[in-house]
Design a protein around this ligand. Structure first.
Ligand SMILES: [Zn+2]
Ligand SMILES: [Zn+2]
Length: 140
């Protein structure tokens, strides 16, 4: 096992430690990610098991229905407002963190761009990354 992934919010009230490797790393250009990031995409690492995740501090939770129709719960810091993590009602084992919440954001290795259909010309991402109009087909 390599070093755990650690990170948290901007003010330090929320911290996490994850002793697993991410199973999915993406930029998402959906409208929800644009609104909540304040720019044109969100960048995420998704981990396979909540058992590997320790969160300290009390995040505030906000449920929203995504473009896909799935309920997503966003965990953010009530003090500094930073978005920190995401969980999914339909896939309760998954735990997703925002790339820039990592103590070392260079660990983020984006694999794909999701919801590229919503992307803006001014949000130019690595052209070598596979782009999906929505999410990649299941099983890929
Ligand atoms: Zn904070
Ligand atoms: Zn999104």
């Amino acid at each position: 096992m390599s070093k755990p992934y650690t990170g948290g919010c901007a003010c330090g009230a929320i911290r996490y430690e994850i002793s697993a490797e991410p199973v999915f790393e993406n930029h998402c250009q959906c409208r929800d990610c644009q609104r909540k990031s304040g720019t044109a995409h969100g960048s995420y690492l998704t981990f396979p098991s909540r058992d590997a995740v320790t969160v300290t501090g009390q995040a505030k939770h906000w449920d929203m229905v995504g473009d896909s129709g799935n309920v997503k719960t966003r965990g953010f810091c009530p003090t500094c407002g930073s978005p920190v993590y995401l969980t999914f009602a339909a896939m309760p084992e998954l735990f997703t963190v925002h790339a820039a919440s990592l103590d070392d954001p260079s660990l983020f290795k984006p694999q794909v761009v999701t919801y590229a259909v919503r992307g803006y010309a001014w949000d130019h991402l690595d052209p070598a990354l596979p782009k999906f109009d929505k999410m990649p087909p299941k099983g890929s």
